[in-house]
Design a protein around this ligand. Structure first.
Ligand SMILES: Cc1cc2nc3c(=O)[nH]c(=O)nc-3n(C[C@H](O)[C@H](O)[C@H](O)COP(=O)(O)OP(=O)(O)OC[C@H]3O[C@@H](n4cnc5c(N)ncnc54)[C@H](O)[C@@H]3O)c2cc1C
Length: 422
């Protein structure tokens, strides 16, 4: 239930509701809005304004009349387009140019609540966020995955977490004054979001070193916890990405699980007993499900939220989870990778089905496991992978050869994303 006080506050504040809708009436099951015809509106609460949350909120707003309220809770003021963090590292973008204020969504009629999601009660469909208790008709959990560098002793202090805006930015600064030495990229656990990103980072930094005339002085290495690049996409894609990276003179060391990083002397220790030195370190941290989701008892054996892989419905009626926070097992025994493309497509499916349930209009949607991604290779070129990740017994994924076209497509995609959803 949305408390009366909360609704009253919004009557005065949200002009998009205007005078057309009367205040909620407590006698009904839903404390929603009522129009002149006496119809009661529904409340849809979206947790997290990352890729999945933004798409879900926008698509719902597009599909639902204004009598239905869409609330979006987010702790950050700005959305940062994560694929562009790789260009921040090389100095080709700044955090400001790849960010947008989430409050802009208010203009579209999405009510943005800035603050922490503090607790989730899935059975009662009740959420405490920013100190308010909210009881929506539909709950969409899109809280992503938390970055957890503290899981590896010394990692946070020694290197730059380029999966976080602040880390990509601090790396950019350090890289600008890097004149040569050992530049090391590290994946601190075998499962992380966007499986292509560290490989793209290695190739982009190699090209940036050449551009700056310091390539001969720079030794670039990638130590990976996983057995090979983009394993879920299959052995052919994995081999080709490895070839792309190694053909640039990047030293690649798979199956190197870091256990500790020292700052002085600068050394990385591995589970195998070996170690490596570095002058400049950029890393992908381990991931963990957000604490609030863990505390809610929503996690399955995988450590992530189990959902129906086609509808993204959790075991609780009216409660959906999508994107990085979910664990979707594939027939091959590994989970669906965590990537924006999946969060985006899943969010469209959830929004369509929720809107259909409310309005009775439109066809039922089902997520089919299709995914695609750009793979930046440096020098204004990029590759493109795409395929059916739900295919059995293994995903069917193919990869296009690097060309300037795919790089241009990624630049356009960035522009589209930062414009379309704000
Ligand atoms: C460097 C990098 C490059 C990438 N490149 C690509 C790419 O090329 N292609 C691709 O498909 N994917 C890429 N990704 C992955 C992609 O960004 C994620 O998979 C995607 O953002 C997941 O979407 P999501 O909505 O599940 O989670 P997120 O986008 O992470 O959103 C979760 C949101 O929830 C908020 N939140 C979390 N907890 C709370 C709380 N308690 N209270 C309030 N708010 C909270 C967070 O602040 C965040 O805004 C990349 C990621 C990185 C880091």
């Amino acid at each position: 239930m949305v408390p009366w006080k909360y609704c009253q506050k919004h009557v005065g504040r949200t002009s998009f509701l205007g005078a057309r809708y009367r205040v909620p009436h407590g006698a009904r099951r839903h404390w929603g809005w009522q129009d002149r015809m006496g119809r009661t509106g529904r409340i849809i609460l979206v947790l997290g304004a990352g890729v999945g949350g933004l798409v879900a909120a926008n698509e719902l707003r597009k599909r639902l009349p204004r009598m239905h309220r869409i609330l979006l809770v987010e702790r950050e003021a700005d959305f940062v387009f994560a694929p562009s963090l790789l260009w921040v590292m090389t100095g080709d973008r700044t955090i400001r140019t790849v960010s947008r204020p989430i409050a802009r969504l208010e203009r579209k009629g999405i009510e943005v609540i800035r603050g922490q999601v503090e607790s989730i009660d899935s059975e009662r469909r009740a959420v405490v966020a920013a100190g308010r208790r909210l009881t929506p008709d539909y709950l969409i959990i899109a809280l992503g995955a938390d970055l957890a560098p503290e899981g590896v002793p010394g990692l946070k202090e020694a290197g730059h977490d380029f999966y976080a805006p602040a880390g990509a930015d601090s790396f950019r600064e350090a890289f600008a004054s890097f004149a040569g030495g050992k530049l090391v990229l590290l994946t601190a656990s075998p499962a992380y979001k966007c499986p292509g990103a560290p490989y793209e980072a290695a190739m982009l930094l190699e090209a940036a070193c050449r551009k700056r005339g310091i390539r001969a002085q720079a030794e670039i290495s990638l130590y990976a916890a996983e057995a090979g690049p983009m394993g879920v996409a299959g052995p052919d894609v994995s081999r080709r990405v490895r070839q792309m990276v190694e053909s640039k003179g990047v030293r690649y060391y798979p199956e190197h699980q870091v256990t500790e990083v020292l700052k002085d002397p600068r050394r990385i220790r591995f589970a195998s007993g070996g170690d490596a030195s570095y002058d400049l370190l950029a890393y992908v941290p381990p991931l963990a499900a957000p604490r609030v989701v863990r505390d809610a008892g929503l996690l399955g054996e995988s450590g992530w939220v189990p959902v129906d892989r086609n509808t993204l419905q959790t075991k609780y009626p009216g409660v959906f989870a999508l994107g990085d926070v979910t664990g979707i097992p594939l027939a091959m025994g590994k989970p669906l990778p965590k990537a924006g493309v999946f969060a985006h497509k899943e969010a469209e499916v959830v929004a369509r089905n929720v809107a259909r349930e409310i309005t009775g209009r439109g066809a039922r949607a089902s997520y089919d496991g299709w995914g695609e991604c750009f793979i930046e290779t440096g020098d204004g070129r990029g590759g493109f992978g795409r395929g059916d990740f739900y295919a059995e017994p293994t995903p069917r994924v193919s990869i296009e050869r690097p060309s300037w076209r795919w790089h241009a497509a990624k630049v356009l995609f960035e522009k589209y994303w930062l414009r379309r959803w704000f």
